[in-house]
Design a protein around this ligand. Structure first.
Ligand code: B3K
Ligand code: ZN
Length: 867
């Protein structure tokens, strides 16, 4: 708990820091219950900070042992100590420059929030973003105070790491840590904000490699893991080296320290953290072997390793002025990791996957009570704003910017950004200014993407007369919390035209919808064309346009834009599902099923593209679609309808699916590359669509013969669906010693449980001896397995799912508010549902909100959802 009345922080109230820091020296004597942290910090008045004022330092849960300024001890009446910090009045300060020294004591073993310095399986580690450093020592814990750090760590543990370069030459020579050292010193020459500080100490093993930069510097690379995990690091190391090469080739950015360290930690609130020179990762995003990790896991590892590495320039060398600017580093770094994955794998498949995620997470957020700007303007707890809107919509905004100024303009702007702002803490205004200066383009309207929440909707009207086709596009942006009215956004719409026989007559061009309405006219046409709009998903908007069936079938078969080909199929599937939902006697149109069959059977298409095209919209997606068609979504009916359509597709496509299943066996030599992974994805899709036809017999053979986790898990899922009574026990007995695989075991049992027993299944699993609810991965596996993985179970009409989630959130909040707050977003869609469910969900939310001693994190989330 921070203090009794958490404050709202406003962007408009930003003030520059009164003091800057020239150097920070920290020394840690590690102890689980009584770690001593000594700090020596040289301050100087900020010439741009207004009048020299009090020295205000943040600090929470710290036991102050002593404090000095310029060697003179501070008496207790010479500073003001509160639960959130320490203030030395200006009158007690010796002048414009002075040295602050303090010693504090902290208890990492008692830190269950996993923020600040904490322990995970006997290892010390830190998580400081956003405001965790204040739990380590007194400091101006804000991103616009940047300083070089020197850190000494003392302990009996063999490996002690911090940011920057090791100062002990022996360490650099022998990073395995088996040296009889009791202290190690690290120096990070690059000024950084406190949120990028990191410390790790433990009995760790290094998997090491080297990389030579384009500046001919030789870099030592280490991935630090627990004994026994060394053979699961090869893919992460390979992904790191490919990321380093890619950033040099595409953005001309080279690594800037002598060493780059990655540490895998089991207890971690999120995916990973980009601390300077010492990235800390949730072990599930580092450790992988074919037997234990799926193709999807490998894909995530590649992406997250790249993301954290790319932060070295976009986030660390250039950081955010304040936390409102979070998208400056996150949107840009997500965009960069998306570009990287598109280059490493199939670009169209990557784009489709990203859009599926964007719609599932960000559109959902934008449509509900938690909608907020890409650059929020106020917050209570900043950790609540590490959202799909800041990250994924933030990346979409940059993608649009690149489309508008073109790849060369983008490249010039980025190089100017690096040149102009290296070493600075910046704003969105700085970011847009480099684009304006590099390209001469006025971006004042474009800037609205940062300050208006809500997903724009675009409608269109077509006319064809005397060989002239006119297309009128209109935009509206729905009201969102605090924003009843919106101004038109600048929406780039990539489009092309096809003839009614499926030949592209007009290749892609981009029009800018800048006003409420705009019309495009194309003349000289023999017949009314079929438009292919929003190609590549050129803007994060909802196109309120459902072309007629034959036009979509034509786009599905012939569009040159792979994204829109997939989109046409997806739209037909959604319409089919909605038709079946509103009238249970409706059967899918044979032309839809045949279209899918032709696509599945077309070996000229990438297998992973075909797998995506055969995947039905998720139940949550259908619920949102139902709402938009004026239906109140019924999660149980949605589940049953989706299952029915899946079986109809499986039955109709059986000969093709059987052929694919037999033809696509990639053989025993597993590689996680995109080509093999694509084949497995299509083959396992074929298996899943047909499992009901032989009551899981083929799935059983598949499971028993699986040589890798991707296939084993696909078989496991089918067998759970078919109600195989032994499969959960068998999987458990094989993998009970492996924590990452067991997370999958927990999740799949809940997500594949029949809706009427899903809550009971989740509840029973929380009583399993391996259910460690304080471990965020395990908590998410079971509780998230229900809320995200089994919507019909979560929304059971009894309200049992809501009660189950509320109970667990209240319990988790006492130890780990950040993860509890994040998991509470399962309630964000409550307004979608019928009045009974609405009452049950708001009842659960109110019960959480009224809990005594609730964290500011969860208090803010429940208040926003109930507002
Ligand atoms: N920057 C971190 C996220 C920190 C989350 C703090 N609650 C990881 C990332 O985006 O790369
Ligand atoms: Zn990031």
């Amino acid at each position: 708990m921070k203090d009794a009345a958490p404050q709202t922080i406003n962007l408009a109230d930003y003030q520059p820091p009164a003091y800057l820091i020239d150097a920070v020296h920290l020394s840690f004597r590690l102890d689980p219950k009584a770690t001593r942290v000594r700090s020596r910090i040289t301050f100087r008045a900020n010439p741009d900070g207004g009048d020299r004022g009090d020295l205000v330092l943040d600090g929470e849960n710290l036991k102050l042992i002593s404090a000095r300024i310029d060697d003179s001890p501070l008496n207790t009446d010479e500073y003001l100590l509160t639960e959130i910090g320490l203030t030395v009045p200006a009158a007690r300060l010796p002048g414009d420059s002075f040295t602050w020294e303090a010693e504090v004591e902290i208890a990492p073993e008692d830190n269950t929030a996993l923020e600040g310095l904490y322990m995970s399986n006997g290892m010390y580690c830190t998580q400081c973003e956003a405001e965790g450093f204040r739990k380590i020592t007194y400091y101006p814990d804000r991103p616009d105070v940047m300083a070089p750090f020197t850190v000494t760590v003392e302990s009996a543990l063999p490996v002690m790491l911090s940011n920057g370069n090791p100062q002990d030459p022996d360490f650099a020579r022998n990073p395995d840590g088996n040296l009889p050292v009791s202290a190690t010193t690290w120096h990070d020459p690059w000024p950084k904000p406190a949120y990028l500080f990191a410390l790790v100490a433990g009995d760790l093993r290094a998997v090491s490699d080297r990389f030579t930069t384009m500046e001919a510097k030789d870099i030592a690379l280490n991935i630090w893991v627990r004994l026994g995990d060394e053979d699961r690091c090869a893919y992460a190391m390979d992904a790191l080296k490919r990321s380093m090469t890619w950033d040099e080739q595409v953005y001309r950015r080279a690594y800037d320290l002598e060493m780059f360290n990655i540490v895998a930690v089991d207890d971690f609130n999120m995916g990973a953290m980009e601390n300077k020179g010492l990235n800390v990762f949730n072990s599930k995003f580092v450790l992988a072997s074919p037997e234990t990790a799926t193709d999807r896991d490998f894909d995530f590892i590649e992406r997250i390793i790249a993301h954290e590495y790319f932060h070295n320039w976009t986030g660390n060398r250039i950081t955010c002025r304040d936390w409102f600017q979070l998208c400056l580093k996150e949107g840009l770094t997500v965009f960069r990791d998306q570009q990287f994955s598109a280059d490493m794998r199939s670009a169209p498949v990557k784009r489709i996957e990203d859009v599926v995620q964007l719609r599932a997470r960000q559109f959902r957020e934008d449509a509900g009570p938690l909608a907020h700007n890409v650059r929020p303007e106020h917050y209570v707890e900043i950790n609540n704003f590490y959202t799909a809107t800041v990250y994924e919509k933030g990346a979409e905004v940059i993608r649009m910017l690149r489309l508008i100024v073109g790849p060369d303009g983008y490249d010039q702007a980025l190089q100017l950004y690096f040149d102009r702002h290296d070493g600075q803490a910046c704003t969105i205004e700085d970011w847009l200014a480099v684009f304006e200066d590099a390209t001469g383009r006025d971006l004042s309207q474009f800037k609205r993407w940062y300050s208006q929440a809500g997903t724009p909707r675009v409608t269109l009207e077509e006319q064809f007369r005397n060989g002239t086709y006119s297309l009128t596009l209109r935009q509206t942006i729905p009201p969102t919390p605090d924003q009843p009215r919106k101004e038109p956004a600048l929406i780039p719409i990539a489009f092309g035209l096809l003839s009614p026989r499926g030949v592209e007559t007009h290749p892609t061009r981009v029009i800018e919808l800048a006003d409420a309405e705009t019309t495009v006219i194309v003349g000289g046409l023999a017949e009314k064309p079929v438009p292919s709009l929003l190609r590549g998903f050129s803007a994060p908007v909802i196109l309120d346009h459902t072309p007629d069936f034959t036009d979509r079938a034509l786009l599905l078969a012939h569009d040159t834009d792979p994204f829109n080909r997939w989109e046409a199929g997806r739209s037909l599937a959604r319409e089919t599902l909605l038709g079946m939902l509103s009238d249970t006697n409706t059967a899918p149109a044979p032309a839809f099923l045949d279209g899918l069959m032709h696509l599945a059977d077309d070996d000229s298409l990438d297998p992973d593209f075909r797998a995506l095209a055969l995947a039905l919209p998720s139940e949550d997606d259908i619920a949102q679609g139902a709402l938009e068609h004026g239906l109140v979504p019924d999660p149980s009916a949605i589940h049953a309808t989706r299952k029915a359509l899946k079986e109809i597709i499986g039955t109709h496509l059986r000969p093709v699916l059987d052929r694919l299943y037999d033809a696509l066996d990639p053989g025993p030599d597993y590689s996680p590359d995109a080509i093999q992974a694509g084949k497995r994805a299509l083959r396992n899709t074929a298996l899943g669509l047909t499992a009901h036809l032989d009551q899981g017999a083929r799935a059983r053979t598949h499971y028993d013969g699986a040589g890798n986790m991707t296939d084993q898990l696909a078989g496991f899922a089918c067998l759970l669906d078919q109600g195989d009574p032994d499969i959960a026990g068998q999987f458990h007995d094989q993998w009970q010693g492996d924590r990452l695989v067991m997370d999958k075991w927990f999740t799949l049992q809940v997500s594949h449980a029949a809706p009427d027993v899903a809550v009971a299944t989740a509840e029973a699993l929380t009583g399993h001896p391996l259910f460690d609810w304080k471990n965020p991965n395990r908590f998410r596996a079971v509780i998230g397995g229900l809320t995200a993985g089994n919507p019909a179970g979560f929304h059971d009409p009894s309200g049992a799912g809501y009660g189950f989630l509320a109970d667990w959130l209240i319990r988790l909040d006492r130890t780990n508010p950040q993860t509890a707050a994040r998991m509470s977003t399962a309630f964000e869609t409550w307004k979608r549902y019928d009045t009974d469910r609405q009452a049950l969900m708001t009842g659960a939310l109110n019960r959480i909100a009224q809990t005594r001693g609730l964290s500011p994190d969860l208090t803010e989330m429940t208040a926003r959802m109930l507002a």
